[in-house]
Design a protein around this ligand. Structure first.
Ligand SMILES: NCCCN[C@H]1CC[C@H](N)CC1
Length: 292
């Protein structure tokens, strides 16, 4: 390993490792769930690392947070009640709060230390917690969803880490079933769905489970995030049986300056064109994901 560099080495992406030059380690700790590191990088701002895996960097977090929030919320006409599973850094909350139709934002994050670290080192993400519509639950998203009354939410966003570690259950069938029950008819879910370059087998299983459980529509979208493995990250966009949802053509567009509310920072990444483009797949992925 090169002194002064962080390399993201993991069995989830064998034989490759993205590296970032480290200026200074700002925090190192171990919660009840994972190792947590924050470092100042030379060119990507501050970086949050959980169990050796990059979660967010200040420079490119906009791509992931904006897409995972606006792909579902811009696809239904009037989202009111939104649940975020994971997302402890607060970035997704910041994006959800741009939607003025939303009246209730629940978040269930398992690791309180991630929340505290984000509030201390990533104020531009943790700003999401300041919205008065937000209710924070620190606990296991699987248990939280089991306790939710049926049909509670218009949208559920699963902003998870990878299936190795605390987030493992968030990629399994029972969890998707509990998500479906917690959504209203025609409600939508958007989950973090790994990389088409690295994880087609995981994606194939997720898509198969989603097709069994979500009787509305099942779609895969993807975007570019330079500091995620292979430089891309995907999302499952599914809807429950009920009013049809056409994910590829946003009915509830949000324009570049996030005109819905007074959120300070304007959108840096998401727009209506990139929303639709996100669902265009390379042939090797289309073959697996759209196989009927
Ligand atoms: N809000 C934090 C983002 C979590 N998503 C990441 C996607 C890529 C993974 N390798 C690590 C988690």
């Amino acid at each position: 390993l090169i002194p002064g560099w962080f390399s993201e080495i993991s069995p989830m992406w064998p034989g490759e490792a993205h590296s970032l030059k480290v200026e200074k380690i700002l925090f190192q700790g171990k919660s009840n769930y994972q190792n947590i590191v924050v470092f100042q990088s030379s060119t990507y701002g501050k970086v949050l690392v959980l169990d050796g895996v990059i979660q967010v960097t200040e420079r490119d977090e906009c791509a992931y947070q904006e897409m995972i929030a606006h792909l579902p919320l811009c696809s239904i006409p009037n989202p009111k009640k939104v649940l975020v599973i994971g997302g402890g850094d607060g970035g997704v909350l910041r994006e959800v709060s741009r939607h003025s139709s939303v009246i209730q934002i629940d978040i269930c994050e398992i690791d309180g230390m991630v929340i505290d670290v984000s509030k201390q080192y990533f104020p531009d993400l943790a700003v999401g917690y300041l919205d008065p519509r937000v209710t924070l639950h620190v606990g296991d998203g699987v248990a939280f969803l089991r306790a939710v009354p049926e049909g509670t939410y218009d949208a559920i966003i699963v902003d998870s880490s990878d299936p190795i570690g605390p987030a493992q259950e968030l990629f399994e069938k029972p969890f998707f079933e509990s998500v479906s029950k917690a959504l209203r008819p025609g409600g939508v879910v958007c989950t973090q769905a790994e990389s088409i370059w690295l994880h087609m087998h995981i994606i194939e299983d997720i898509v198969a489970n989603c097709r069994e459980i979500f009787k509305g529509s099942v779609n895969y979208a993807w975007t570019t995030v330079p500091t995620y493995p292979s430089g891309v990250i995907g999302f499952m966009l599914c809807s429950t049986e009920g009013p049809p949802v056409d994910f590829k053509h946003p009915v509830n567009p949000i324009d570049e300056n996030g005109s819905h509310t007074d959120v300070k920072a304007p959108l840096k990444f998401y727009n209506a064109e990139i929303h639709s483009a996100a669902f265009c797949l390379p042939s090797f992925a289309k073959k697996v994901i759209e196989a009927r």
